[in-house]
Design a protein around this ligand. Structure first.
Ligand code: KIV
Length: 263
């Protein structure tokens, strides 16, 4: 990407060329991924694939700030979405205080918070105070413990209606775009059609305004489990294992370092 997208150019992509969002957690990958992505998401999923935890719940604000800074350094021309971790937006005061900290200590372009109509008052308060907000509705990873697992949404009429209400509530509250996760494709389509801001899907089918994937999933690096919606664009773990095995072998046989690698 040569030039950072603005919020208004992201909004204009509604129903137009799909937005490409991908997670990034460090400067090295941010630089590589930013070549083709419109938006980099420093997701709290880093707590799983980077920090090796079972879920996103224990990610902290300090941890997120550290990674957002790394991503912004590696890809200064990218639009960076900073996930607000679990417990940092339980009420208006904490949401604003923590989002201000994120904005003041990083170059993030917006924050992302999970929740629908129940979080609309927070989205409104943040946007009123100069913090751009990307919503996140549907399957909410920060609710995985309270919900007893990762549950696809939109399977019942009640869930379908609630998702539409959620999307409309956070749009009215001032969110400029939203992620929709783990929702039946036909329902995600209806949700997307019910709002004027871009809806970026993950596990929500193709009838939305863009897609987001976790980079370590789509590069085949994360092996603990593979959700149905993940497409692996390369077999990263095999490539890494093979490369390291070759290195280990060459160290043992003294084929490495060779003449060209010594002073
Ligand atoms: O934390 C994350 O990576 C996310 C994506 C799954 C959308 O929120």
């Amino acid at each position: 990407m040569s030039k950072k997208l603005s919020i208004s150019s992201i909004k204009k992509r509604k129903g137009q060329e799909p937005l490409v969002m991908i997670t990034a957690y460090d400067a090295l990958f941010a630089r590589l991924l930013s070549q083709s992505a419109d938006m980099l998401l420093v997701g709290d999923s880093l707590n799983m694939s980077f920090a090796g935890r079972n879920d996103t719940i224990s990610a902290t604000l300090e941890q997120m700030i550290y990674h957002v800074n790394a991503v912004c350094s590696g890809a200064p021309e990218s639009f960076v979405v900073a996930d607000m971790p679990f417990g940092t937006y339980t009420d208006k005061v904490s949401a604003l205080g923590n989002a201000i900290k994120m904005f003041q200590e990083t170059q993030a372009d917006c924050v992302k918070i999970e929740g629908g109509a129940d979080k609309a008052h927070l989205v409104e308060y943040l946007t009123e105070n100069g913090i751009a907000v990307c919503g996140h509705i549907g399957l909410l990873p920060q609710s995985v413990r309270s919900e007893g697992g990762y549950k696809v949404k939109g399977k019942t009429e009640q869930e379908r209606e609630q998702l539409i209400k959620d999307a409309q509530a956070i749009e009215s509250a001032g969110a400029f775009c939203m992620v929709i996760e783990g929702v039946k494709a036909d329902v995600a389509k209806e949700v997307s059609e019910s709002v004027k801001i871009p809806v970026i899907g993950i596990g929500a089918g193709k009838y939305v305004d863009g897609q987001v994937l976790v980079f370590s999933d789509m590069l085949g690096l994360f092996e603990a489990f593979t959700p149905k919606f993940v497409k692996k664009y390369m077999d990263g773990s095999s490539l890494v294992r093979e490369a390291v095995a070759t290195y280990a072998n060459e160290v043992k046989t003294k084929d490495f370092p060779s003449e060209i690698h010594i002073y």
